[in-house]
Design a protein around this ligand. Structure first.
Ligand code: ZN
Length: 220
């Protein structure tokens, strides 16, 4: 890439990143600055800065780090959840990562070790969605727990904390986050009727759905 091509790619990616971050807020998946979004451009990871409302982000606020977390662009500090994002990029082919504190997903993360397979769309995330064991936000321990929960999956829950989803693009990472939040809401709704227990899908039913959805939403 020439410098100009690279510069244009970074500018476009930052615009997309800010638009995606604003979408998470508009959809109610995050409140204030409680989530964060990143995307990869070559060896650079563009990431939302810490503690700046998304509606105030401008092109001048571009923050980028390398895969070791060294800041290469920007004056603002990267999100405190940077270890989560970098761990995904170091271990997958992800092009983008979205982290939220979405309310239904976070509620489910306090109740069960995995989201019960209540809908076939779990197959679009690689199978039954696991809950990563609790660790302090921003810690390497949390990043390690997340990576464990993400094996063969493109999304997971973080216990008493929120969601992580990745994809080839910001749109895909966002859509997976929204699907996950929807599935958590579905399970909580179905499980809340006294005297009734939701029916769940079997492993073979999920695999059958995964085969039909092939190419759509599988982790790489
Ligand atoms: Zn968080």
């Amino acid at each position: 890439m020439t410098d100009q091509v690279r510069q244009n790619a970074i500018e476009r990616a930052w615009e997309d990143l800010v638009a995606t971050a604003r979408r998470t807020a508009a959809a109610g998946l995050v409140v204030g600055t409680s989530g964060n979004v990143s995307t990869r451009v070559g060896g650079l990871v563009l990431v939302t800065p810490s503690a700046v409302p998304y509606d105030r982000l401008t092109p001048e606020d571009t923050v980028a780090v390398d895969l070791d977390g060294n800041q290469l662009l920007g004056e603002l500090a990267p999100t405190s959840e940077l270890p989560l994002h970098l761990e995904v990029y170091r271990n997958t082919q992800a092009g983008a990562v979205v982290h939220t504190h979405a309310v239904y997903a976070t509620a489910v993360s306090t109740l069960v070790p995995e989201l019960p397979p209540i809908h076939y769309m779990a197959a679009a995330l690689g199978g039954t969605v696991r809950v990563a064991r609790y660790a302090l936000y921003g810690s390497d321990e949390l990043a390690a727990n997340m990576l464990h929960a993400l094996r063969e999956r493109s999304a997971c829950l973080l216990q008493n904390h929120g969601t992580v989803a990745y994809g080839d693009s910001l749109d895909q990472a966002y859509d997976r986050t929204a699907q996950l939040e929807w599935m958590c809401r579905l399970w909580l709704t179905a499980a809340s009727l006294p005297g009734h227990t939701p029916s769940l899908l079997t492993g073979s039913q999920l695999r059958e759905a995964a085969d039909k959805l092939q190419g759509y939403g599988r982790p790489r």
